[in-house]
Design a protein around this ligand. Structure first.
Ligand code: CTP
Length: 454
């Protein structure tokens, strides 16, 4: 009996998949089909899988050609499988020509001709028209967005807005965008969604206008500087049936999501303390160090450090206290925000003029999780226990600048799927805006602050 194996995502099952399975089965007597998990696909950069794993498996079984379906969830598995399942022939489509020749040491490798003019990628784009995105603000953050968006299928960044037309034009030329404008009305004509990367204090107003014009909004952090503003924006998004997502990229990256999952499984017992630190020394002439109202360490990096605190301990802290070291102009160079919860505590440390170890430490009654710097680009973390010899290590991929994950989830939600919205919810955004508000109130009234002048 000749045993054949093939693999794929089989997303939005189509004729090409059917033909491939039919011909794979015809190569032998028994066909095993490996279907990839979403997490595995994500780790190899395939970010837009639409169908959940169970539906993809069901579709493969419904084709009638598979005698057995297995799940593929890690690199190197093919080498294991061909030996484990005693495979005679490994086969895939000709788009992979040559990529699996290394399996020839175990079995025959056959590349079957791919069916022309059809693919899951095409189906995704056909099913939902391409989402045209306009960038609002063309500064330091925005330049990372356009190249990252290229990794997500179904989106096209086509335009840019900046009140300074010259800057918008420069940005459009750099990234070959169709349009640059300093008139918002012109932008609304061209796009289905916007990415807001303008100065912090303008986020709320742009987000509001975009939603009023029925555009989906992906907004850089912080989304808003008060709870009320954040609540208003989410209420407006719900009323208009649009997606509003705060772009805290760490929240959407696979390693961070896994770390939260492990922390919540009880491996380290009850979570008692979360300490997160993010510092980046910033030149004194930049906005972060000169904008007296909205600049400073906490407004700049607090969204990063508050993320694990709010995700792990929730929005219902009993109180928060801020201690800062201020620059001569009154802007915080370094801020510690200490939270008290019913049965836990947390600390956020952020700095633009003080350097510290950028680590995340989650302490529990049975052990702790340590993610060393840069924990916000989560690729590696450890779970440690009382016994120093016992240590669990977790690795995951963080591709490129990492913005592709939030863009991918944004697109997924625009298409009406809810499965990924748990990663960063409206409640999470609102809670963070509430903390920002408290911090700014303290700044206004001269409260909260510690030492002045370095
Ligand atoms: N396949 C094929 N003909 C097509 C599309 C896919 O023969 N038109 C084959 C692939 O070569 C692979 C299997 O079907 O052996 C599963 O492919 P998969 O990557 O799931 O499908 P694609 O449509 O190529 O997906 P995507 O567009 O997401 O890359």
């Amino acid at each position: 009996m000749k045993r054949v194996i093939t693999y794929g995502s089989f997303d939005l099952f189509h004729e090409g998949h059917y033909n491939l399975l039919k011909r794979a089965k015809a190569l032998g007597d028994y066909l095993i089909v490996g279907v990839t998990t979403e997490q595995y696909d994500e780790s190899r950069g395939k970010l837009n899988i639409v169908d959940p794993l169970d539906r993809r498996i069901e579709n493969v079984l419904n084709s009638g050609f598979a005698d057995e379906v297995i799940v593929e969830d890690h690199p190197g598995q093919k080498v294991e499988d061909v030996q484990k399942y005693n495979i005679d022939i490994f086969t895939v489509g000709s788009d992979w020509q040559g990529a699996f020749d290394f399996l020839e040491q175990y079995c025959q490798v056959v590349y079957l001709e791919r069916t022309k003019n059809i693919s899951s990628t095409q189906m995704r784009e056909r099913g939902h028209s391409i989402i045209r995105i306009g960038v609002i603000g063309s500064g330091r953050i925005a330049v990372r967005f356009v190249p990252e968006a290229k990794y997500v299928s179904g989106v096209l960044v086509n335009s840019v807005y900046n009140p300074h037309l010259g800057s918008a034009r420069e940005f459009a030329a750099q990234f070959e965008l169709d349009m640059a404008t300093n008139v918002l009305e012109e932008l609304w004509e061209e796009v289905d969604a916007v990415y807001i990367a303008s100065p912090h204090e303008t986020h709320y107003q742009y987000a509001r206008e975009a939603l009023e014009h029925d555009k989906h909004v992906l907004c850089e952090k912080p989304l808003a500087f008060s709870r009320r503003e954040a609540e208003e924006l989410f209420a407006l998004a719900a009323e208009r049936g649009k997606v509003l997502l705060e772009a805290i990229k760490t929240a959407y990256c696979p390693g961070f999501v896994q770390m939260l999952g492990i922390a919540k499984t009880g491996t380290i017992g009850r979570i008692c303390d979360v300490e997160a630190c993010f510092t980046r020394l910033t030149p004194p002439d930049l906005r972060e160090r000169t904008d007296r109202k909205y600049g400073g360490a906490f407004t700049e990096f607090g969204s990063h450090t508050l993320l694990p605190i709010i995700k792990l301990l929730g929005p219902d802290y009993k109180d928060v206290r801020f201690d800062s070291i201020l620059d001569e102009n009154g802007i915080d160079l370094y801020t510690k925000a200490s939270f008290r919860y019913e049965n836990a505590m947390a600390m956020s440390k952020s700095g633009v003029g003080v350097k510290s170890e950028g680590q995340l430490l989650i302490s529990g009654t049975k052990g702790y999780i340590l993610a060393e710097s840069p924990w916000w680009l989560t690729q590696y973390f450890e779970v440690r226990y009382e016994d120093p010899n016992k240590k669990d290590r977790y690795f995951s991929k963080f591709l490129g600048q990492g913005l592709r994950y939030e863009i991918s989830d944004f697109v997924y939600m625009i298409h009406g799927h809810q499965g990924r919205s748990y990663k960063f919810t409206a409640e999470d955004s609102i809670a963070i805006a509430g903390v920002m508000e408290k911090f700014l109130e303290g700044r206004l009234h001269g409260g909260n602050m510690g030492a002045q002048g370095l």
